[in-house]
Design a protein around this ligand. Structure first.
Ligand code: HEM
Length: 404
């Protein structure tokens, strides 16, 4: 880590430790009480059990058994070339895994092909905003979720954030691609693989000497992260006044509902509509967000990568910091210890709305301030970088926690 990073982290760690905030729910807020009307979910029934104490009853025993039997390296090898939604599973998989996967890869009965197609078109048309929001925005929000930051930090991928981010972006780009849920797409494949990865993490992390607390990645935890993706993105699109039709926003929700199902979120907790999603987000996010030393370190690594990977001089770290701060807001940016930049921060706040208007054809080019093009370029380079990185790797099941 660069000297700058170490200082940032140490300073943050000290301040947070003084607050007693490390790894705890934000500012000692009382644990939430679970209230959820069954009619708010896609299942329309159930959902009474507090999702904090529900994990993934189907996937968890499978990944645990694979790990205990030492099957994972061979399974990863076999699944490496399982890449298309319509592709039969490779032969040679253990029978319990095969049975699980055959079931897990099925779309839910409530999946609507027409809506999935509409979502794909929407993702294509709005890819610029959505990749930025789900990538940079979602990434920065996730480091301000203590349980997620700790899970990521102390699991295998925590030691190699570049690989980890590349792998995570595989699913993000899969959801946003035109053929996401078509036979030649790969969203089902990557969601099912991710479900197995999460199940493996539930088995592995409690064995880590650094891990304190309950089994990670509960249904609540997954819902929290889910809301930092579609719910957060939709709020931002509305805030930025990006023109949206009702059919587009419904389709966008739908593709994420189906993805939630394939990731192992139970139908009884998946919000049925945007009103339910907003309400659930407001219920589960605040008590599950806050600062951690690990989250600060991960943020620093992520933003450093983003600044470094682009051609020298074109996207500077202060610009990346300011863009991230603009996307997640001051509260989360302060938790993540993203520095305020005296020049870029006000410049982005002023320029972004005009850039959006220009992209939407509402203002002409001469009215767009120069700084907006730097932002536009930063966002493009970010998207390109992770698209390329994501193509170099595949999601596989970890066998160890963070090695150091
Ligand atoms: C792995 C996405 C929720 C912690 C992954 C991967 C993806 C992903 C695509 C595979 C990439 C990789 O292996 O590094 C998602 C999505 C979620 C979600 C879309 C919710 C909708 C969560 C939550 C936690 C979590 C709630 C923790 C509280 C992890 C960890 C790994 C992982 C620790 C494996 C890291 C490793 O060992 O390399 N996730 N995730 N995820 N996820 Fe999630």
């Amino acid at each position: 880590m660069a000297e700058y990073s170490r200082r940032t982290v140490l300073a943050a760690g000290g301040a947070l430790a003084a607050l007693g905030a490390l790894g705890e729910p934000a500012h000692g807020r009382p644990a939430m009480e679970w209230t959820w009307a069954p009619s708010s979910s896609v299942a329309k029934v159930g959902g009474a059990a507090d999702p904090r104490w529900v994990w993934d009853a189907e996937a968890d025993p499978i990944s645990a058994a694979l790990l205990d039997r030492g099957d994972v390296p061979n399974v990863n090898k076999l699944l490496w070339n399982w890449v298309r939604n319509d592709q039969p599973l490779p032969s040679g998989l253990p029978a319990d895994l095969r049975d699980f996967m055959e079931n897990a890869r099925k779309l839910p009965s409530w999946a609507d092909r027409a809506k999935l197609e509409a979502a794909a078109e929407f993702n294509k048309a709005r890819g610029f905003y959505l990749n930025l929001l789900n990538g940079v925005g979602g990434g920065m929000l996730s480091t301000a979720i203590p349980k997620e930051a700790l899970s990521v930090y102390y699991s295998k991928g925590g030691a190699d954030m570049e690989d980890r981010v590349a792998k995570t972006s595989i699913l993000g780009f899969a959801v946003g691609s035109l053929n996401a849920y078509r036979p030649d797409g790969n969203c089902i494949v990557n969601a099912v693989k991710t479900r197995l990865v999460h199940a493996a993490v539930r088995h592995l992390l409690p064995q880590s000497p650094h891990w304190k607390g309950d089994v990670p990645i509960s249904q609540t935890d997954m819902l929290v992260t889910w809301h930092t993706l579609p719910t957060y993105a939709m709020r931002k699109l509305r805030e930025w006044k990006v023109p949206l039709t009702a059919a587009e926003s419904e389709a966008y929700l739908h593709v994420w509902q189906v993805t939630a199902h394939l990731l192992g979120i139970r139908d009884e907790y998946i919000p049925a509509d945007w009103a339910a999603a907003e309400a659930q987000s407001d219920q589960v996010l605040p008590p599950n967000m806050g600062p951690t030393r690990e989250g600060v370190e991960l943020t620093d690594i992520l933003l450093g990568q983003l600044a470094e990977q682009t051609s020298p001089g074109s996207v500077s770290r202060p610009l990346v910091n300011a863009l991230a701060r603009y996307l997640v807001g001051d509260q989360v940016a302060d938790w993540d210890r993203i520095p305020r930049d005296p020049i870029w921060t006000p410049a982005i706040t002023a320029a972004w709305p005009t850039l959006v208007k220009f992209r939407e054809g509402l203002v002409s080019k001469p009215l767009v301030p120069e700084v907006a093009w730097a932002l536009d370029e930063a966002a493009r380079q970010y998207i390109l970088f992770y698209l390329t990185k994501g193509r170099e790797t595949k999601i596989d099941i970890p066998t160890i926690n963070r090695p150091s």
